[in-house]
Design a protein around this ligand. Sequence first.
Ligand code: SF4
Length: 414
Amino acid sequence: MAQLDTRQKLAILADAAKYDASCASSGTSKRDSRGGKGIGSTEGMGICHAYAPDGRCISLLKILLTNSCIFDCHYCINRKSSNVRRARFTVEEVVHLTLAFYKRNYIEGLFLSSGIIRSSNYTMEQLVEVARQLREVHDFRGYIHLKTIPDADSELVRQAGLHADRVSINVELPTERGLTTLAPDKNGARIEGAMRDMKGAIEDGRDARQKYKSAPRFAPAGQSTQMIVGADAASDGDIVTRASQLYDRFGLRRVYYSAFSPIPSPSAVLPLKRPPLMREHRLYQSDWLMRFYGFKPKEVVSAAGEDGMLPLDIDPKLAWALKFRDAFPVDVNRAPREQLLRIPGLGTKAVKRILRSRRWRSLTLDDVARLTVSVSKVRPFIITADWRPTFLTDRSDLKALVAPKEQQLDLFAA
Ligand code: SF4
């Protein structure tokens, strides 16, 4: 490997990390360096983010330790058979960069992943060592997200949790068949085993903190995972079902979806085209429905078409409402919270305000209009003191009435 300076390595390894989804970093424990002790903080809403040109949210120091890899996952630009320029940071370089960027106020945390070099254990040791040095040598109190290597010893994965705020273990593909075809070196059972171990360690850490205040924090922002969307034939229904299993079984904080991006010199088994980014967005919306709106995975799947795909032109909550019209209209002055949350166009905040306001008086359509962006989307699905839709939910053109209107985008918009 030709000798590269730190700037060249950074260009290669920050670019290689853009395929990892990792943006939500809030939810960790608060730390700060007031009083002149340590460096960094996780105060406020978590860490700062930047937005990549394709709209992805990325944290500023988001890098790979190396983009060399002994594995050959077809969808990955860093796979062994790929013809990309390789680079590798030393542990000390990553530590130095993190501190230097932090002190210049460019970042509030580190997201560190890596290709696999020599062996899974060796790579994991290096990742852990970066986090250990930052925490123990430099008293770094900022946010650290480590991608773990599922094949590594469970003790190493546990050590990652001692230093990192969040650890993630990628399942990569929603089905075992997809994993076998596209990531032949990876093993679904081992990935799940690592997640199970991490879940156990997080729970033990939480119990220990409840008993002893001095017990070390263990991965306070929990564990997450990522699934690549559109690289194999899995439908949205398969993906939603898999995500809900992962939430249930391993207590994940987040499942990230990453639309497959065609890479230079792709493998012949990959699709030629990337899936629409809107597909990734609809999956995030369905994730939201399960986590905050009380939808069961089966209900989200039932909003999909016969091919198992969620519609791209309307959000999954509206798609569900259009399919299950007998659940509407909902009386905003009487219905329980769970039913209000089903109304398309009403978010959790709006529902909270409806519940609070209706204690004092009966709400009218104008009252609801003040709580939502588009009352025309909500109107067919609700009853208020002065409004009751007549046959509106039976209309065959209801979708056209409530779906967002298509707009011609301005070619020269910023
Ligand atoms: S193990 Fe990770 S870095 Fe290596 S080829 Fe597979 S996805 Fe890429």
